[in-house]
Design a protein around this ligand. Structure first.
Ligand SMILES: [Fe+2]
Length: 323
């Protein structure tokens, strides 16, 4: 009797396995298909001027878990009828900064068929193997994706008349060592980007000093951008409608996710949760959280979403009327 039960059990497992293989091939298993009704929808698809997704701290390594997590976000974005202009990976793209992990990250993004321009930003984990390895990977891929000749860890990218400015460390550091040349670049690019009243978007892995609950929310040390924090901040607040978007802290959505850097000029800092690792603080602490942005005439809207589970969060939506 036991033999018969065991045999039947084995047969049913095999049948189940065959059906599962077919479902996987057809993309019908949970996680491969975004249920209709849960896909991303813009507030006003007809009038949108610019759109972007920001994922931080994906921490890709040579395993299937981190890669599949990124694949799920890309599937979620592609499942939407909306089209995104930019897909920004705001640092700690990899966990160890090794070439294998970088190649897995790039291959995953490139094989997804995403139409958005990918903007890679340097994080501290991206230079863990060597600074040169990380800096080379970021600059080469930023060049390839933007079509610009980029040989620095910082660059700008214009799309539909709007400017994204990516910052990165100019020297080996567990923070960002921002050279005077990079500070000048930030200053001149922001002047150019905002001169016609358009908002500009600065993406940097590291938060500014004493923002987003720092230093208390960080595990050890300061957790901020480093020595040039005040210099960067002073440049940001000179201009109107500047949005500084950072990750690094591995904190979910919490009271300090948004910082007002200049009420007068409408300059804000937005802290992104870690996408690929659990978060330490906040309402949504799980993995899979990122933020998408809609830009309209006179308005910028940031909405947090669980891209991994293809679910709206409902807990974080910030709209800014431009100055
Ligand atoms: Fe990280």
């Amino acid at each position: 009797m036991n033999y018969i039960i065991s045999l039947l059990s084995s047969v049913f497992r095999k049948i189940g396995s065959v059906f599962m293989s077919i479902f996987v091939a057809l993309g019908l298993v949970a996680g491969n298909v975004v249920p209709s009704g849960n896909t991303i929808t813009f507030k006003n698809s007809d009038d949108i001027k610019l759109s972007a997704v920001f994922l931080s701290d994906t921490h890709i390594k040579n395993d299937t878990v981190s890669v599949q997590q990124l694949e799920l976000a890309l599937k979620d974005i592609k499942a939407s009828d909306e089209r995104f202009d930019v897909f920004a990976l705001t640092g700690d793209i990899t966990d160890g900064g090794d070439s294998t992990s970088f190649n897995l990250a790039w291959d995953t993004v490139e094989n997804s068929g995403l139409s958005a321009t990918v903007l890679p930003v340097m994080g501290n984990h991206d230079v863990w193997t060597t600074y040169e390895t990380g800096a080379k990977q970021i600059a080469e891929k930023a060049s390839e994706y933007t079509g610009k000749d980029i040989d620095k860890p910082y660059y700008s990218y214009d799309v539909k008349g709007y400017t994204f400015i990516a910052l990165g460390s100019d020297a080996p550091s567990d923070k960002a060592n921002i050279s005077s040349e990079q500070l000048s670049f930030l200053d001149s690019e922001l002047a150019r980007a905002t001169k016609d009243g358009k908002p500009a978007f600065v993406i940097c892995h590291f938060p500014l000093k004493n923002t987003h609950g720092l230093p208390d929310v960080w595990r050890a040390g300061d957790g901020d951008i480093g020595e040039q924090s005040e210099a960067v901040r002073a440049i940001l607040v000179k201009y109107k409608n500047v949005f500084y978007i950072n990750g690094h802290l591995h904190t979910g959505i919490y009271s300090a996710s948004l910082e007002n850097l200049s009420a007068e000029n409408g300059v804000y800092s937005l802290n992104l949760p870690a996408y690929g690792q659990p978060n330490a603080k906040g309402t949504f602490k799980g993995t899979g959280i990122g933020v998408y942005m809609e830009v309209y005439d006179g308005k910028v809207i940031f909405t947090a979403r669980n891209f991994e589970a293809s679910q709206p969060l409902g807990g974080f939506e910030k709209a800014f009327s431009l100055k």
